[in-house]
Design a protein around this ligand. Structure first.
Ligand code: ATP
Ligand code: MG
Length: 554
């Protein structure tokens, strides 16, 4: 069994188990609404729900909370399953749909009516809102509130049978219109909506509301701890009222526990906003590598281990806060540092001719694949190579230890070279460097250990492969406190994607999508889903600089 964490939810569970509640053990659920793709906030909830079950020897269900037919789709149902599995969690054979319970939920509603605890209301949506009162002012009772049980039963049945138009009537809980808690002011529990449901088709024209369906779905499945985010705190009294009213044993019935949702800087974690980005074409799709969706993160090159470690590290708290996205990147960098082989790729190529290197000479130089894991490959070397444009400076300051006119630099895994001549095109741009090689300076040679301050990466001209490299930046810009304006579209980063044609060493040619690399000195990159040997595509997963580690150690 995985080790227990030490958050307040675990403390509640410990207390419950010590008191002998829940003889069958801890039973949680992850309840996504299939109206979009999962995002990193959901990952937090998945890690918490599946994690807490596992750590306490219990089980966790996957339940699709599909009570809102107009926005739901099987595309989302499929992607949600794929994402949870990819994160490394399993619901075994416990995949459920709230819509599976529609008949049972209807029966519970009938039971509430029979107990005099629910009534059919004819007020319009606007009137209901008006009658509800405000935080400082009690609500007003509906003129239909005191219908007889018989009349309510008859009307509710006729609602189900389709005798009334959409919105013409609703079923409401009968609690207290003067309650200080707005949710307790006779909350609506059923509405009429002629909407096609992705699973039940046109069987139903009445649908239960979340507040009614969720606690009962929990109770039907034998959930013990129903973990949700803070915005449901004021719904908890209704959760308890409903289950008590329907005679569920207070000692074994589920209890709702709220925790703070994950908010990240420089991005959005709301399905509604993510959908807007997709639908209005700001990104290429739900799995665009700039998106904080699980599928976007996966495509970007995130690993399940990195996301899970991040979720463990941010912990579980009772108050909302904003997490720096640099922290998420930190865990990816850490994980890829172990996982990713090192290769050389030049993102902005500058041609270099090695004037004293024989024209017909060709070498294969051995290079380590990883600093600790070892493994080697050969790098072709020849008279013409490319280096990174930014590794050369014509008017270099004193502290510039890469290549400058007359200066020397070491080519990683190869020779020391000296820049003798800068060749420019008609427009005055640097087109090529002509350099000489210290032929004794490669590994094992007489001058191999000569002291040279800078080492740069390179690729050999004839063997290098062109590849599309997508350099991603944050989706949103934020102010110094990490906040974005209410209308988040205003703060979209217009430079969140830069595409370059890079030149990469030939060893990567037959690499498969999803493979991670460190491009020496340039960052971690992952082979894109659409990449093929003749059309390589890489996504920058994360840079090498760890800004979060710096903040953390301050
Ligand atoms: P959104 O606001 O993005 O639409 P949601 O809460 O409506 O999110 P659901 O599909 O209902 O999305 O969420 C499934 C579960 O994931 C819920 O228990 C919800 O509380 C949790 N969850 C959603 N967003 C976050 C988040 N940012 N941090 C932690 N948990 C989250
Ligand atoms: Mg929701």
């Amino acid at each position: 069994m995985a080790e227990k964490k030490t958050h307040f939810i675990q403390a509640i569970i410990d207390e419950d188990l010590a008191a002998g509640k829940y003889g069958e053990g801890v039973h949680t659920r992850f309840p996504p609404e299939p109206n979009g793709y999962l995002h990193v906030g959901h990952a937090k909830s998945i890690c918490l729900n599946f994690g807490v079950a596992e750590e306490n020897g219990g089980i966790c269900n996957l339940r699709f909370d599909d009570t809102n037919p107009t926005k739901e789709d099987t595309e989302y149902v499929d992607s949600i399953q794929e994402d949870i599995k990819w994160l490394g969690f399993s619901w075994d054979d416990r995949m459920f749909y709230a819509s599976d319970y529609f008949e049972k939920l209807y029966e519970y509603a009938v039971k509430l009516i029979e107990k005099g605890l629910a009534y059919v209301d004819d007020l319009s949506a606007d009137e209901i809102r008006e009658y509800r009162g405000t935080l400082t002012e009690a609500g007003k009772e509906s003129p239909y509130r005191n219908r007889s049980v018989e009349e309510n039963l008859d009307l509710f049945k006729r609602m189900r049978n389709g005798e009334f138009g959409d919105g013409e009537k609703v079923l409401r809980a009968k609690i207290n219109m003067a309650s200080p808690n707005m949710v307790m002011r006779d909350t609506v529990i059923y509405r009429i909506a002629r909407a096609h449901h992705h699973r039940t088709g046109d069987t139903w024209c009445i649908y239960p509301m979340y507040d009614f369906a969720h606690p009962l779905s929990d109770a039907i499945e034998g959930i013990t701890h129903s973990i949700c985010t803070l915005e449901f705190e004021e719904h908890r009294p209704f959760y308890d009222w409903l289950l008590n009213s329907l005679d569920f044993d207070p000692n074994t019935r589920p209890k709702q526990i709220e925790f703070a949702r994950l908010n990240l800087t420089n991005t959005v974690t709301s399905k509604r906003k993510l959908r807007q980005l997709v639908e209005e074409g700001f990104v290429a799709g739900w799995d665009d590598p700039r998106m904080p969706t699980i599928s976007g993160l996966r495509r970007r090159g995130f690993t399940p281990a990195a996301i899970r470690k991040f979720c463990d590290e941010i912990g579980v708290a009772k108050s909302n806060s904003l997490v720096d996205i640099a922290m998420l990147e930190h865990f990816l960098r850490d994980d890829l540092n172990e996982r990713a082989d090192r290769v050389m790729a030049v993102l902005h190529p500058l041609k270099v001719t090695l004037t004293n290197y024989p024209e017909d000479k060709k070498e294969y130089l051995p290079a380590d694949n990883h600093p600790t894991r070892g493994g080697k490959r050969f790098l072709p070397f020849g008279r013409e190579i490319y280096i990174e444009r930014e590794d050369f400076m014509e008017d270099a300051p004193k502290k510039f230890f890469r290549l400058k006119p007359g200066g020397e630099v070491r080519l990683k895994h190869a020779y020391i070279i000296r820049c003798d001549e800068v060749v420019k095109d008609e427009a005055g741009n640097i087109a090529e460097l002509r350099c000489s090689v210290d032929m004794d300076s490669k590994s094992g040679g007489k001058t191999a250990n000569r002291k040279i301050k800078g080492t740069i990466h390179w690729v050999e001209k004839n063997s290098a492969i062109p590849a599309e490299v997508r350099l991603y930046d944050y989706l949103l810009t934020t102010d110094e406190n990490g906040n974005t304006p209410e209308n988040f579209v205003e703060s979209l980063n217009k430079n969140s994607l830069e595409v370059v044609t890079a030149l990469i060493e030939p060893s990567v040619k037959y690499t498969a999508p999803g493979t991670h690399y460190q491009f020496l000195r340039m960052g971690y990159f992952t082979v894109d889903l659409d990449s093929e040997p003749d059309k390589l595509i890489f996504n920058r997963s994360v840079g090498l600089k760890d800004s979060w580690a710096k903040v953390k150690d301050k």
